[in-house]
Design a binder for this molecule. Structure first.
Ligand code: SAH
Ligand code: SF4
Ligand code: F3S
Length: 482
């Protein structure tokens, strides 16, 4: 057992391809048509992992389904970021008991961040006897081998190895969309914010090689993908472990140099090492969406210190100012944690103050959730739930007013929108996202799903904006209004 980051060798990946062929042969021999369902909780990283799992399942002969009743194989890809995420994953897993009782040959596997924690692994082992196998985030590449074993024998297995994370290339992928794609550029996190479970369940930072990332990006563009979102827990650390002089800004510039009409997004940037070079790179490349997600967590220096965030409100605001100067049309979004241990009324007022100064387009806010094994869970002064939720409401109230005001200023402007499909609320309308990430609704006689379209904004609410098609087809990236 190693405690190092592990680069999975070509031979080890080839072995997994061999297992894929073996499972496929078993299924073909039995003459069955089998279905696989992958349920995903958590962030975009997990969604990207699930697309690899679905790709491997498909390569093994399964058809991917979203119907539980149809499934012969169910994988639950779990999240551990907050207690609520874990409870949801456990509750879904609990419901599968009945499915297994009705269909004993059903194979159930659990993977992802939640089960990469020992106490949760033991929970599944002891309390969910109908779960056939379990594997951690570092063993995703071994899914074919595990499924082969599940097909071949009775018995349950649980594999969470003590590496600090793995990096594997060459696994198949089945993407959920044919116009929007995730592109993981790195895995893991070294930051150890005191509240966060991610470094414990995803291991240390490791970057994919420049050529591997660029080849995948080129392939996506040639397949017609219109939006590529680069993923990493802290994309600004990209390249630091590669041993050559190449950073995230260099990677972004190289991706933008690929010929074609597409939008580039990325997440997440840590404020402590979001550089001015990165801002300049965005300013210089119109293919990069005019949106920047810069998680603040708290506006109080005392709380930031207790969180181990390693920046101050002053340095954060300085970077925001630089960004607004260089890219005046930038839409800013952030993450906020409310009710961190020791947060006083003054600390919270500092957070509200930053919201008023920065004027984010949108915030993602969370009530602090203690995570087992993290330093913050041991801190004194845990904030009572009623105070947390009262602050949370005040935070949302302020932000909703700001979002609404910003949205009103958009009326009369033209925005570049990637059309995502028919509106969920109103089937007569289409929905897309403009570069800022806002949802835009508009009517159209033709199906524009997957196209980049210019929309004239006519009406705005706090969460939605409405408009009409200004010009369809190829919106020229160079001249896009943002
Ligand atoms: N790597 C990213 C964040 C990943 S987690 C970054 O550093 O920005 C996404 C968000 O979940 C975090 O930004 C934080 O706001 C929130 N979060 C993480 N741990 C949490 C916890 N224990 N309780 C509440 N919110 C949490
Ligand atoms: Fe968690 Fe902090 Fe790492 Fe983000 S940077 S994943 S919040 S430890
Ligand atoms: Fe959750 Fe793991 Fe993402 S804990 S937020 S799925 S990295």
């Amino acid at each position: 057992m190693s405690r190092e980051t592990k680069i999975v060798t070509k031979e080890e990946v080839a072995l997994q391809h061999e297992y894929m062929s073996r499972v496929r042969a078993i299924i073909e021999k039995e003459g069955k048509h089998l279905y696989a369902l992958v349920r995903t909780f958590g962030c975009q990283q997990n969604e990207a992992d699930s697309e690899r799992l679905a790709g491997m399942a498909e390569a093994m002969g399964y058809e991917i389904t979203d119907q539980e009743s149809q499934a012969d194989l169910i994988l639950v890809n779990t999240c551990a970021i907050r207690e609520h995420a874990e409870l949801k994953a456990l509750s879904i897993t609990g419901q599968f008991k009945h499915l297994k009782a009705a269909k004993p040959e059903l194979i159930i596997g659990i993977c992802g961040c939640m089960v990469s924690q020992e106490h949760r692994l033991n929970d599944i082992k002891n309390r969910y006897p109908y779960v056939d196998f379990l594997f951690g985030t570092g063993e995703i590449y071994r899914f074919p081998e595990l499924l082969y074993r599940a097909h071949g024998s009775a018995g349950r297995f649980f594999i969470v190895e003590e590496t600090l994370g793995t990096l594997a290339e060459g696994l198949p992928v089945k993407r959920a969309s044919n116009f929007k794609a995730w592109l993981s550029i790195m895995y893991g996190c070294n930051n150890f914010c005191t509240y966060c479970v991610v470094p414990y369940v995803r291991g240390r930072e490791r970057s994919r090689l420049r050529e591997d990332v660029l080849n995948e990006a080129r392939e996506l563009v040639s397949q017609g993908y219109k939006e590529i979102t680069l993923l990493g827990q802290n994309v600004n650390s990209y390249g630091k472990d590669l041993g050559y002089d190449y950073d995230f800004s260099d990677l972004l510039a190289d991706i933008c140099a690929i010929e074609g009409d597409f939008i580039v997004r990325f997440m997440t940037s840590h404020p402590k090492d979001a550089s001015k070079k990165l801002v300049d790179t965005i300013a210089a490349n119109k293919k990069i969406a005019r949106q920047f997600h810069l998680p603040l967590q708290s506006g109080s220096n005392a709380v930031l210190k207790a969180m181990n965030r390693r920046y101050t409100r002053e340095s954060y605001l300085e970077l925001i100012d630089y960004m607004k100067t260089k890219i005046p049309d930038i839409a800013l979004t952030t993450d906020i944690i409310v009710g961190f241990p020791g947060e006083t009324e003054e600390d919270f007022a500092d957070t509200l103050d930053i919201l008023s100064r920065v004027r984010y387009d949108n915030i993602y806010s969370f009530i602090y959730s203690p995570r087992r094994g993290t330093p913050a869970a041991q801190m004194e002064d845990q904030i009572p739930a009623d105070i947390q939720s009262e602050r949370f409401s005040r935070l949302l109230e302020l932000q909703h007013a700001i979002s609404n005001e910003i949205n009103q200023t958009l009326v009369g402007t033209t925005r570049r929108v990637l059309v995502e499909g028919i509106s969920k609320n109103d089937t007569g309308m289409y929905t897309g996202r403009c570069e800022s990430g806002r949802l835009v609704h508009f009517a159209s006689d033709v199906d524009l799903t997957g196209e980049i379209v210019d929309i004239l904004i006519e009406r705005a609410e706090t969460f939605n904006i409405f408009g009409s098609v200004a010009r369809t087809g190829k919106a020229r990236v160079e001249s896009a209004q943002i």
